[in-house]
Design a protein around this ligand. Structure first.
Ligand code: XMP
Length: 513
């Protein structure tokens, strides 16, 4: 029997997959499709509901994505978010205008609880915070619609035509900063679309294994294993699907954390997979010495990675498929057609034009970090692998700000180890989702013993997040930071100042480069 399905129609927003994953969190299978998908195709999928995403455009821009009126007459419930809300209003005869005051960020919002979307969320008060990000607004709702939420500067923060099952919100319910936003989405899919919630991660694992088997056939598969959560879960999935047709190659690029290469080898040596460790550190470091531009570092590492794999695969002979553990935030932040590029994650943006494999498989491409972890547990991976904190593909290369040198690499490695040890000693490993040290390119004056020092400033970073798309800086107790700071300055040479990064994402990103 087919699972219930909700479709997200993508109008170029940053959060399109985040919406899909929120719907999956409600136990309803959800996929993202282009806004250009023909209506016939949508009809064939028989979705229980459709969600229009936000997008960077104004409905009045010449090249902005539009949609015909017919979709609103299909009898399928629709929820428009941000640009999607404006588009619904505009297409059905309402008025969209430029805001007198743009709204960005947390915004006090008043809800009309007679709306089914808000009314069925018991814990939602009549006034709560929503996350706004818009410069246009709906000045007049279309005929037959009523306004169901407003803010100080936005008279139509939500509106609906319940008879036609058409709903719209100017704010972003999918973002954590919107209080009870996920419950609102749950209310839309359950109370408006009539879903019961018949989907879970076990189904996803089963379907993914079947799809991989069908695609790979009898082919040989090579997997880029970094030992991080993503590639470890990809490994478990692939080994379940194709068994010993799979070979895992772990490239030690020399920018791993202290002792990490040996730890990865130890973790996988005894598992039932073909495992090869390639020590390519000299090759990577010599290409990166002196390079300071962040995107250049990523591109070089991405390129060199693929070359090493090509060489390894030639040794194995006739490899058909390369597997990468790319997850959704890597894809979105590297830019997908209509969304803006934030940074090119090495396993996406850095691919050279010529890749010597028949095909690349990215089985986790649609999942977020916490979904990947759930999948890993579903596949029987041990907790210590599933709960490892994420580590970026380019490793410490993008945590050395400015030109890379061997000396800086050693300094950072030692400092990062101390920070990790202190976080572990304080029992904070699970509550802080990612924590690490960054070696800044700044030197400052200090005093040690009786002498003047002129050394590097080290930054410590810790974040709490569920999806890594948005993140808060972690409130690490001062005494833990103090201990780490004292040890770092005393035990690691060339650092005389330690700072803690107190920016969230956005506006910063988690990594510094
Ligand atoms: P940012 O810095 O973009 O990071 O907020 C979001 C998450 O992605 C990780 N990250 C990467 N992972 N290759 C990866 O596999 C990369 O090039 C890369 N850059 C960032 C980052 O550590 C964080 O968990």
């Amino acid at each position: 029997m087919q699972n219930e399905l909700v479709i997200v129609l993508d109008f170029g927003g940053q959060y399109n997959q985040l919406i899909a994953r929120r719907v999956r969190e409600c136990g309803v299978y959800c996929e993202v499709r282009s806004y250009k998908t023909p209506l016939d195709e949508i009809r064939k999928l028989s979705p229980k509901g459709i969600i229009f995403t936000g997008g960077p455009n104004s409905v009045y821009d010449e090249n902005s994505p539009h949609i015909g009126k017919d979709i609103f007459d299909m009898g399928i419930p629709i929820l428009g978010i941000c640009y999607g809300a404006q588009l619904m209003a505009y297409t059905l005869g309402g008025k969209v205008e430029t805001c007198k005051v743009s709204e960005y960020g947390k915004t006090e919002t008043s809800y009309d609880k007679t709306s089914v979307i808000f009314g069925k969320v018991n814990e939602l008060p009549e006034t709560a915070v929503s996350w706004m990000s818009h410069t246009d607004y709906v000045a007049q709702v279309p005929e037959g619609f009523r306004i169901t939420a407003h803010t100080k500067d936005c008279p139509a923060a939500a509106f609906e035509n319940a008879d036609r099952k058409l709903y719209a919100v100017q704010f972003h319910p999918e973002v954590n900063h919107t209080q009870h936003g996920i419950a609102m989405l749950d209310s839309f899919v359950k109370n408006v679309c009539g879903c019961i919630g018949d989907w879970n991660m076990k189904d996803y694992a089963k379907t993914a294994v079947e799809q991989i088997r069908a695609r790979v056939g009898g082919g040989k598969v090579l997997l880029a294993l970094s030992g991080g959560v993503d590639s470890s879960v990809a490994c478990a999935l692939l080994s379940k699907a194709v068994g010993d047709q799979l070979t895992c190659v772990f490239v030690d690029h020399g920018f791993m954390r202290k002792n990490e290469g040996d730890e990865v080898e130890a973790a996988f040596k005894d598992r039932n997979v073909n495992f090869i460790r390639v020590d390519a550190s000299e090759r990577f470091i010599s290409r990166l010495e002196g390079v300071s531009e962040p995107e250049a570092k990523r591109k070089i590492i991405g390129e060199e990675f693929i070359r090493v794999f090509e060489e390894e695969s030639k040794k194995i002979g006739a490899v058909d498929f390369l597997v990468q553990g790319t997850i959704y935030p890597d894809v979105i932040e590297s830019g997908t057609g209509d969304a803006a590029v934030i940074k090119s994650h090495h396993n996406v943006g850095g691919l050279p034009d010529h890749v010597d494999f028949k095909e690349i498989i990215e089985p986790l491409r649609l999942l977020f970090k916490d979904e990947v972890r759930k999948l890993g547990s579903e596949l029987g991976l041990p907790d210590y692998l599933v709960w490892r904190q994420p580590f970026p593909g380019p490793g410490l290369a993008i945590r050395i700000i400015g030109a890379i040198t061997r000396e800086k690499l050693e300094i950072l490695r030692d400092a990062d180890l101390i920070f990790r040890e202190e976080i572990a000693a304080a029992g904070l490993e699970r509550s802080i989702n990612q924590y690490f040290a960054v070696l800044t390119d700044m030197r400052s004056v200090g005093v040690m013993g009786d002498g003047r020092t002129y050394d590097y400033t080290l930054a410590l970073r810790g974040v709490t997040t569920t999806d890594f798309m948005t993140a808060d800086f972690a409130r690490i107790p001062y005494d833990v930071l103090e201990k780490a700071s004292i040890r770092i300055v005393n035990e690691v040479g060339n650092i005389n100042r330690v700072c803690y990064d107190i920016t969230s994402k956005p506006p910063a990103t988690i990594e510094w480069e």
